[in-house]
Write a protein that binds this ligand. Structure first.
Ligand SMILES: NC(=O)c1ccc[n+]([C@@H]2O[C@H](COP(=O)([O-])OP(=O)(O)OC[C@H]3O[C@@H](n4cnc5c(N)ncnc54)[C@H](O)[C@@H]3O)[C@@H](O)[C@H]2O)c1
Length: 334
């Protein structure tokens, strides 16, 4: 496929589809050619933003028959399984938004279908591509900070959850925790390791909805590393922070642009992190490189399933008030 201009499709034309469109527009060798949404208005608006030759199609099957070399799945989580399967069957490379599905059982069904095929499938855990996170990962991999002891992450800000799929559990699978902490638990796995157990509380501090608007999790990686993860959609003045404490040193991300670290006995060092291109562009470029090279992306369906299992265990803990072990086998406990 090298040298050929690739045709990308986008399924689900709401908020995050705009970031995918920008990512494809900033990537050589691929154009968004075709879009689909159950809302004709949403599809038409994205097509207009994408350019004069972009087609609006009537179904995913029609998109496949028109011909696509890659697809972004940007529907609400509860529609990821049915949206992905026709592309898995057709062998069209897929970039699927997080979480993998609305619950761990449906996530496992999608993972089984992907594993049973040879389709290129990438999970859109975009924060792995965020420049300060990528720099922190290099520090960790080069053993500058030693072994992980403690991890802290907060994603806090305001979003009116009543306005979209996030307040409808049949589409979202839950509120702030599945929406935001899918990223946080993936960052824990990326930067620390596999959680073995999770304890969690969820609540509604600012929005009275059938889903939670805040959550706090403690994750435990085999008793060796603890992680504290929090998120809320009801904080008017939001902050995003991440801290990684190791046996040799500590790193602090003031999330959007600053990474500092200190090795024991030395002063704080500020690491320059080029903000552009942003995480979405880097993610799409990685996806396109993998399609061209026919290699497995760095973020796989197994990463998506692992995050879904951690979130599922966290909801179980919130319901029963106990620590819950995280299943690592294909056999789901639920
Ligand atoms: N990576 C990130 O940082 C990030 C940020 C925001 C959202 N997301 C994820 O992206 C996905 C979409 O979120 P959003 O904020 O764009 O939602 P949204 O509600 O703004 O848009 C979803 C769109 O999908 C359409 N849709 C619903 N069911 C469909 C179906 N079966 N087929 C085709 N279209 C369908 C809706 O009409 C809507 O236009 C979710 O999985 C969400 O968790 C990821």
């Amino acid at each position: 496929m090298s040298g050929v201009q690739l045709r990308a499709g986008i399924v689900g034309c709401g908020g995050i589809a705009r970031a995918h469109l920008t990512g494809y527009q900033a990537t050589d060798g691929i154009d968004v050619a075709i879009v689909y949404d159950t809302s004709e208005r949403a599809a038409a608006a994205l097509a207009e933003a994408a350019g004069p030759d972009v087609q609006v199609t009537a179904s995913v099957e029609d998109m496949i028959s028109q011909g696509v070399d890659a697809v972004s799945i940007c529907t609400p989580p509860g529609a990821h399984l049915e949206s992905c399967i026709p592309f898995v069957t057709a062998g069209v490379p897929i970039l699927c938004e997080k979480p993998l599905e609305r619950d761990a059982e449906r996530a496992a069904q999608l993972a089984a279908a992907v594993r049973g095929s040879d389709v290129v499938f990438m999970m859109a855990f975009c924060h792995r591509f965020h420049p300060p996170v990528a720099k922190l990962k290099k520090l960790i991999d080069c053993d500058v900070l030693g072994k992980p002891l403690f991890f802290r992450s907060i994603f806090g800000g305001f979003m009116d959850l009543a306005m979209d799929h996030r307040s409808r559990p049949e589409l979202s699978g839950g509120g702030t925790m599945i929406d935001t902490c899918s990223h946080s638990v993936d960052l824990f796995r990326f930067l620390v390791g596999e959680p073995s157990a999770v304890t969690c509380m969820i609540g509604n501090v600012g929005q009275d909805l059938p889903v939670e608007d805040c959550c706090a999790l403690i994750v435990n990686a085999s008793g060796r590393t603890l992680g504290e993860i929090a998120a809320s959609h009801s904080i008017p003045v939001g902050t995003n922070e991440l801290a990684w404490y190791g046996t040799k040193g500590t790193a602090i991300l003031e999330y959007w642009d600053k990474l500092y670290y200190q090795v024991q006995g030395e002063g704080w060092i500020h690491v320059d992190c080029e903000p552009a291109p942003d995480r979405f562009v880097r993610e799409i470029r990685h996806f396109v490189q993998c399609i061209r090279a026919r290699v497995t992306p760095s973020v796989t369906v197994d990463d998506g399933l692992a995050a879904s299992r951690i979130i599922s265990a966290a909801y179980e803990s919130a319901a029963n008030g106990m620590a819950v072990e995280v299943s690592s086998s294909d056999q789901l406990r639920v």
